[in-house]
Write a protein that binds this ligand. Structure first.
Ligand code: FAD
Length: 475
């Protein structure tokens, strides 16, 4: 051993302190295992806490406040034009992050999880090197790879710190509010962050290579959001991509290709939100038996075990739905399997939420998937214009729908668009996971007046017993 080097042993080495990693570490510690966590930044939270879910939702909440303030005069309340103090907004966002990050430090301390700062690289199937101020080696009985993912740049491009071409992480730093912002990518990250900047005052142009925004979601759910964004953004160009770009000190010039009248345009900043790549390179996987697929995602089985028996992988690096709640559940599964419990990742309904205004949320089977799979389903919709709560809140453009098996009446999927959809979808998740029938929902009394009643009424509409919309069929 060289001076300044250390070697230690642990039951479970968790590489990466994001939601997948810390959920795994905490569960493993709760199950009595000795756990060491390593993260490049030395802090727990990962992309989700520092550059993803939490800062974006903090700013989206502010966007919603701004929208409400601007539209309250319809209800007889006038605030005047809201004034945004960017430094204080940034401070608020950072305080939110700090508070949650400190909470994770406390939780790891109280559980006895050792957290080390540094970059971990596998040396073999039982040893990793830790590159930090001191070089160390960690001998492990099991390891969990939870190294997450990184924003995909455009071809021939790199994200430069402080540059005008930003990843989502750069956009969330909120350096300024650019007058002209180009958002490349109409997935959830693009529409969420585009909405934030538009509500803060940027003129936002969005380009999306596909023929529609949010291509994974049913289009009747996307439509109310697309209509809102049409008013909020300067332009949305589908079937359009960035062909060329040149970054200058004070602007970025781009050439667009596709359904756009003016191909040459100039922007103050560009946000690239075209997807994410797994962080599986440069972590020494070649020194183990771990395999990756052709896109670099670590291949795992339902217990989240890789092709190397001692090593597990969870979260974005293991592919599938790249969301924090999926990462956390996988982390728990891996920890439980290592502790000898009969655990597996077996979910019927992984919820997805777009936290724009209106929000879109769905889980289980979508209508489009049902159609592609030729499933015998009926789709029951409840428009929020018939909800007393929605009318009282002025959010009548929402809709709740259920995808129901016509033979068994089982609810296979739920989709919601409207205020608070992200909270309401949890009921849909329980419904689908429990294998509930439309009748189970219809006979569960929902409080009045709430938006959640729309879930009961969508089920009732299927049965022909909805109070607030006319029956589709007589029972
Ligand atoms: P990550 O959170 O990416 O964490 C990985 C950690 O590993 C990082 O801290 C990294 O520094 C560390 N690391 C990497 N390599 C090494 C190494 N060799 N050694 C040591 N440490 C290493 N998901 C939701 O569910 N809801 C949302 O609202 C949502 N919003 C999002 C908004 C944005 C803008 C973005 C970008 C993502 C959002 N996500 C959201 C996705 C969510 O952030 C990810 O799915 C989640 O963070 C994945 O967790 P993870 O544990 O797999 O990895």
């Amino acid at each position: 051993m060289v001076m300044g080097e250390f070697t230690q042993e642990t039951d479970v080495l968790v590489i990466g302190g994001g939601p997948g990693g810390y959920a795994a570490a905490f569960r493993a510690a709760d199950l009595g295992l000795d756990v060491t966590m390593v993260d490049v930044g030395g802090r727990l939270g990962g992309v989700c806490l520092f550059r993803g879910c939490i800062p974006s939702k903090t700013l989206l909440h502010v966007s919603e406040l701004l929208y409400d303030a601007r539209h309250a005069d319809e209800m007889g309340i006038t605030f005047g034009d809201p004034r945004v103090e960017l430094a204080r907004l940034r401070q608020w966002k950072n305080q939110v992050i700090e508070r949650l990050a400190n909470g994770l430090v406390e939780l790891s301390k109280k559980r006895g999880v050792q957290v080390l700062k540094g970059c971990a690289v596998f040396e073999s199937s039982e040893r990793a090197r830790l590159q930090s101020l001191e070089t160390g080696h960690i001998k492990f009985r099991h390891a969990i790879i939870a190294t997450g993912s990184t924003a995909t740049p455009l071809p021939a491009m790199e994200f430069k710190r402080g540059g005008r071409i930003m990843s989502s992480g750069g956009a969330l730093a909120l350096a300024d509010v650019p007058e002209r912002l180009l958002v490349v990518g109409g997935g959830y990250v693009g529409v969420e962050l585009g909405s934030v900047y538009a509500s803060l005052g940027s003129r936002v142009t969005m380009v999306e290579w596909q023929d529609r925004l949010m291509s994974g979601a049913d289009q009747d759910l996307v439509q109310p959001l697309a209509a809102r964004l049409k008013g909020l953004f300067k332009a949305i160009h589908n079937r359009t991509r960035v062909k060329e770009f040149q970054e200058f000190d004070d602007r970025v010039e781009v050439v667009l290709e596709g359904e756009v009248d003016e191909p040459k345009q100039t922007f103050d900043r560009i946000l690239i939100a075209i997807g994410r790549n797994p962080n599986s390179r440069d972590i020494g996987l070649e020194n183990t038996k771990v395999s990756v697929d052709n896109r670099g995602f670590v291949i795992v089985d339902e217990q989240r075990r890789t092709t190397d028996a001692r090593i597990f992988a969870v979260g974005d690096v293991a592919g599938g739905v790249m969301l924090a709640h999926k990462a956390m559940h996988e982390g728990k599964v891996a920890a439980e399997v290592i502790a000898g419990l009969p655990s597996a990742f077996d979910f019927q309904a992984i919820p997805a939420v777009v936290f724009t205004d209106p929000q879109i949320a769905w889980c289980g089977l979508t209508e489009e998937e049902a159609r592609k799979q030729n499933r015998a389903v009926r789709v029951s919709r409840f428009p929020w214009s018939a909800s007393g709560r929605a009318v009282s809140m002025g959010v009548t453009k929402g809709m709740t729908k259920m995808i129901i098996d016509t033979e068994t009446d089982r609810v296979l999927g739920v989709g919601i668009v409207g205020r608070g959809a992200g909270e309401m979808i949890a009921e849909g998740v329980v419904t689908v996971e429990m294998g509930a029938l439309a009748e189970d929902l219809a006979l569960s009394m929902h409080p009045h007046p709430t938006l959640s009643e729309s879930e009961e009424e969508a089920a009732e509409a299927f049965l022909g017993s909805s109070t607030h919309i006319l029956p589709l069929r007589k029972t």
